[in-house]
Design a protein around this ligand. Structure first.
Ligand code: SF4
Length: 355
């Protein structure tokens, strides 16, 4: 066991492997220890990523209409969530959407489609989009997220120029049957391994806040470590009305910070992304989380709106970070703040105060 989080950071910086005891100590740490935990995790973050933040941008190529039953998902079979449902975007529509994210500073585009997995025709369709993106924006990375891959499909994606493949483990193997019955944890592992063996950079992460215990979190994070996932998105459950996890609010901002710290200590050199649900769960601790995570999704998610893209860029600049790959990050994000609004409520008025 370590004496302090800084002693643990020293060990991780010298290449140690995080133990289960250490992982539990991070998750069970107190609110009083939170800043010490962040400061220690920040040393690992800065050692590997300096003060850069990687900005990723999601394009939902096909929304809803999924035959799978993942309990956390607004696009699942039988979901009554009032989300947009549409079938495949045309390549030019996908490119236009991606272009908006790139113009705002994204250095990775994530092309996502709902469903258990793609047909070969779907993969060809996505390959056309990847080729178009690479032609227009050669420096931008493209990650595909299309579900469980069949023989040859990862190779096809690699051949068309895709850089990465996302397939999240989501939670522990022990808990997987509680969140999905139409595919299993082993299917997920197989697809990440398949993508890796085809030369795609593996992106695989978590959804937290689904009722998992600390043991599940440790198991899931250690499984991601075993997979050597290059990037690890941590999603915080957005409990959509009309899904089985509707009304599930189990996270506090401080616990979200501890979970991010666990991932950072377990996988110090992985790109750690604070992903969906960060606004509603990290809330005012989002800028603090940037000292642990080095990556985020800009703007909107697959079926829900995020905070305004400019607010993301302002947050990055205000916290002293720069957008990875952006030549001149400060002037365009460091615009004037909002002007003081003249108070017209509370003391001296008959209008209710702001409290
Ligand atoms: S997570 Fe993916 S596979 Fe599961 S229901 Fe949602 S879209 Fe379908």
């Amino acid at each position: 066991m370590f004496n302090s989080f800084h002693a643990l950071a020293d060990r991780q910086l010298s290449g140690a492997t995080l133990s289960r005891d250490d992982a539990f100590a991070i998750l069970e740490s107190s609110d009083e220890q939170l800043l010490d935990l962040v400061a220690a995790a920040a040393r690992l973050r800065r050692a590997h990523f300096g003060n850069t933040v990687k900005v990723n941008y999601l394009v939902n190529l096909k929304s809803g209409l999924c035959p799978e039953d993942c309990t956390y998902c607004s696009q699942r079979l039988g979901s009554a969530a009032q989300i947009m449902k549409y079938t495949w975007l045309k390549p030019e529509e996908a490119l236009a959407q991606a272009g908006s994210g790139i113009a705002a500073g994204a250095s990775r585009i994530c092309l996502v489609a709902s469903g258990k997995g793609p047909t070969d025709r779907d993969v060809d369709r996505v390959a056309t989009m990847v080729e178009g993106l690479k032609e227009e924006h050669p420096g931008v990375e493209v990650c595909a997220c299309l579900g469980i891959l069949k023989e040859g499909q990862a190779e096809r994606l690699k051949a068309c120029g895709a850089d990465a493949y996302n397939h999240n483990l989501n939670t522990s193997e022990a808990m997987y049957g509680d969140i999905c019955t139409t595919h299993d944890f082993a299917d997920r592992i197989r697809t990440v391994e398949h993508a890796k063996s085809a030369g795609l950079s593996p992106c695989s992460g978590l959804i937290v806040g689904m009722g998992e215990g600390n043991g599940d979190l440790v198991d899931a994070v250690f499984a991601l470590r075993d997979l050597a996932s290059d990037s690890i998105p941590v999603n915080f459950l957005m409990p959509f009305d009309g899904t089985p996890l509707e009304g599930t609010w189990l996270l506090t901002p401080a616990h979200c910070i501890r979970i991010l710290a666990l991932v950072r200590f377990a996988c110090p050199s992985a790109e750690l992304r604070m992903a969906g649900g960060r606004e509603m769960h990290l809330r005012t601790l989002q800028p603090l989380a940037l000292h642990i995570a080095n990556s985020l999704f800009l703007g909107d998610y697959l079926t829900s709106e995020g905070q305004p893209g400019q607010a993301d860029l302002d947050m990055i600049a205000d916290a002293g970070f720069t957008v990875l790959g952006r030549r001149d990050p400060s002037p365009e994000t460091a615009g004037p703040g909002a002007l003081p609004a003249i108070r017209m409520r509370g003391a001296g008025t008959a209008v209710a105060p702001n409290a």
